[in-house]
Design a protein around this ligand. Structure first.
Ligand code: ADP
Length: 522
């Protein structure tokens, strides 16, 4: 009746009759048919009334559309047809608000159809501009998101650039799930949270692949210390720029660090130089010692050989019986004894030296009265060297304070000084020994008027194996050990040895030893 015969009146009365008898479930469908037919029959007021009834019922789906959507769109359409602007205004805006707000889940073509219609009703009835524009923008954003999602389904990519907005997509393959976010959402909600989490001292800006700043307000020039990082998501990179709010503070810190590094560098450099110099010195010294050691071996062999040769010749002469003169014979014997003494002293020195080198030299300290001890030592030495025609002038006062000493070792030290004084004053007939008491110490000075020692040599004469340069050392026999022994012995006694000398005028070696502690005030 309604569709084929187009007999609207009969159709209307039939629908009405059916309405009284059908179950509640079928009412919305019948109401929709009735309202539609009433409209076709030109009975607009009645049609609107039936649509209002339909709107009041619970929503059901009629031909793929929600019943209230049908009712409300038809009411708007009827208001437009009747030219009732006030009513249209009320219906249209509410309808558009619900539609754009997502009240009904529609497929896209239907959505677009109703969106289109409701917008034209809104414009027609001149609804409130502000709210309409707001709705319009919300809808545009959603549409853009929807288009992005559609594109994404065709060609998955992380960055989807649309006409108005850029979108970022995240998805997983199995089971397939995807989130498409608009960049403006990220810019307004997400980035501020993420980027402000870092604290107040940094600023940040985020640029979409098309170069627009989505977040933050970057200056035209990159600010100092800005760090720019491309975030690859798809073909074109997003760009994140982070920079400090107070570059001055960083500058200050950099300067501080530079100063520190420089100081360290200078320090390390100085240390290296110092170390290098010390190493060089040590190496030089070691080389010198190696050379001295080699010299020592040859000197010592020579030192041994000459007294041995002398003793042998003298003994042969005596054995031959060629010399019958008793006086001469005595002379030869005396020379043999002297040479043997020299050998003995040499061997003792070498033995002492090797013990010292190995740290095995032990001293036996005993109370020692210096005056008689020194006098005896000088007397013995005098008789040993009498044959050389050299005299010792000794000045040893009575009552020198007692000392604690190893008499034998200390004797060897003084003898070494006396030996040297004689050896290094060729042509001189006298050497001197002066003893004396000083405050809490005794002093033994051995003086000669011999060749003297240059300032350069004075620094080294106490070193082992060291022998001063020049002619005299070549002529005078020696192993370069005497003074180092003297030094060792004197230090072991808690004393000092000092040398004063002038080249060509002579030398004075002074030993100072602490006097023994007087116990119990006596
Ligand atoms: P040696 O006498 O066996 O060479 P020493 O250690 O006793 O070794 O002496 C080291 C060097 O000091 C000697 O080679 C000599 O050049 C110098 N010297 C020591 N005593 C004197 C002195 N009284 N006069 C001049 N030079 C001396």
């Amino acid at each position: 009746m309604e569709i084929v015969q187009k007999n609207y009146e009969r159709a209307i009365s039939t629908y009405r009759r059916l309405l009284d008898s059908v179950s509640a479930g079928l009412r919305p469908l019948l109401l929709q048919r009735l309202a539609r037919t009433l409209r076709k029959a030109g009975r607009l007021e009645e049609s609107a009334a039936v649509y209002r009834d339909l709107q009041r019922l619970d929503t059901v789906w009629i031909a793929g559309l929600p019943s209230d959507l049908i009712a409300r769109s038809e009411l708007s359409s009827l208001a437009a047809e009747r030219g009732d602007t006030a009513e249209l205004q009320a219906y249209a805006l509410a309808f558009y608000r619900d539609l754009a707000g997502g009240k009904w889940l529609l497929d896209k073509p239907r959505y677009l159809y109703y969106s289109d219609r409701s917008r034209s009703w809104c414009r027609e009835s001149q609804v409130a501009e502000v709210e309409f524009n707001d709705l319009r923008m919300t809808e545009e954003r959603k549409l853009a998101l929807s288009r992005a999602a559609e594109n994404f389904l065709v060609q998955p990519a992380r960055v989807l650039s649309g006409e108005a907005d850029v979108h970022l997509a995240f998805w997983q393959a199995d089971p397939f799930a995807a989130v498409v976010l608009s960049a403006s959402f990220l810019g307004s909600n997400w980035w501020p949270q993420v980027l402000s989490a870092k604290g107040e001292d940094i600023d940040a800006a985020l640029f979409s692949p098309d170069g627009r700043a989505l977040f933050g307000s970057p200056s035209a020039e990159p600010p100092p210390f800005a760090v720019i990082q491309d975030i690859r998501a798809g073909q074109a990179p997003w760009r994140l720029q982070v920079w400090p709010r107070q570059p001055a503070a960083i500058n200050a810190e950099i300067r501080q660090r530079q100063t520190l590094s420089l100081t360290m560098l200078v320090f390390v450099g100085a240390l290296l130089l110092f170390g290098g110099a010390i190493t060089l010195r040590i190496v030089r010294r070691e080389m010198e010692i190696a050379r001295l050691r080699a010299d020592f071996v040859s000197t010592v062999s020579h030192e041994f050989r000459s007294p041995l040769t002398g003793i042998r010749q003298l003994a042969e002469m005596l054995l031959d019986g060629r010399t019958t003169d008793r006086e001469k014979q005595r002379g030869y014997f005396r020379m043999i004894v002297e040479e043997s003494d020299r050998l003995t002293r040499l061997v003792e020195n070498i033995l002492d030296f090797s013990r010292m080198e190995e740290g095995r030299r032990e001293y036996k300290f005993e109370p020692l009265n210096p005056t008689p001890w020194l006098r005896k030592l000088v007397a013995d030495f005098k008789s040993e060297i009498a044959a050389n025609g050299v005299a010792i002038e000794a000045n040893i006062p009575d009552g020198l304070p007692p000392i604690s000493a190893d008499g034998q070792a200390l004797g060897s030290a003084v003898r070494n000084l006396l030996d040297n004084a004689v050896k290094y004053s060729p042509g001189q007939k006298t050497v001197w020994l002066d003893a004396g008491a000083e405050e809490g110490a005794i002093r033994i000075a051995v003086r000669d008027r011999g060749v003297g020692i240059s300032e350069q040599d004075r620094k080294h004469i106490f070193d082992r194996f060291y022998r001063a340069g020049g002619d005299i050392s070549k002529r005078v026999k020696g192993a370069g050990l005497g003074l180092s022994l003297v030094q060792h012995i004197v230090s072991a006694h808690g004393g000092t040895v000092e040398c004063r000398s002038r080249v060509g005028e002579g030398s004075t070696f002074t030993i100072r030893l602490p006097a023994a502690q007087v116990k119990g005030g006596g």
